[in-house]
Design a protein around this ligand. Structure first.
Ligand code: NAG
Ligand code: NAG
Ligand code: NAG
Length: 152
């Protein structure tokens, strides 16, 4: 019994020495693997104050600032629409695609009246996300939300 106990202690000592020599040699302990998804969100922003508007339901909203908001409330990505209302944004995230689809949405920060003065000066266009293919999301359809205070 006494010899088994001392050989166990020796094994522990050898293990500690082995770990210390690995650390001393500068080798890094293994890092947890980072899940890095390159997410692309692209779509069309309509210049209208309707609900669930899809591509073609209204003229495009040019030069509109589109922001992607996620569950933590921070702006995860920004994009500006082109002259015809189309935008595209890309971001690296550790979030899963399903949590991006359920936890993020799009908000248009540029006032709607700047594309058509007849439209309301307050309120924003907002849309949820739909996974289109692979890592590419599309807006579900922008809807006019009269209060901009109810972010997410
Ligand atoms: C998005 O734009 C806002 C305001 O211009 C800025 O504060 C923020 O850092 C931007 N976020 C990203 C992810 O580009
Ligand atoms: C995502 O990460 C890759 C690799 O680090 C980098 O090349 C790319 O520019 C990043 N993309 C964005 C949108 O930040
Ligand atoms: C939408 O805009 C029109 C003006 O083009 C306005 O008459 C109407 O009240 C607006 N609707 C909402 C919900 O703000």
């Amino acid at each position: 019994m006494a010899t088994m106990a001392s050989s166990n202690i020796l094994l522990v000592v050898f293990a500690v020495v082995a770990v210390l020599s690995v650390l001393a040699s500068g080798a890094q302990p293994p890092q947890p693997r980072r899940i890095e998804a390159d997410v692309v969100v692209m779509g069309f922003v309509p210049c209208n104050n309707g609900t669930s508007m899809r591509t073609g339901s209204a003229p495009g909203f040019p030069n509109a600032l589109v922001q992607l908001h996620c569950a933590d409330g921070a702006v995860a990505a920004n994009a500006t629409t082109d002259g015809k209302g189309w935008f595209r944004m890309a971001l690296n995230t550790t979030a899963t695609l399903s949590s991006v689809a359920s936890g993020c949405d799009l908000a248009v920060a540029t006032p709607l009246a700047s594309c058509n003065a007849a439209l309301p000066a307050t309120g924003t266009l907002r849309s949820g996300l739909r996974l289109l293919v692979s890592m590419v999301f599309f807006p579900r359809g922008f809807s006019y939300v009269s209060s901009s205070s109810s972010l997410d």
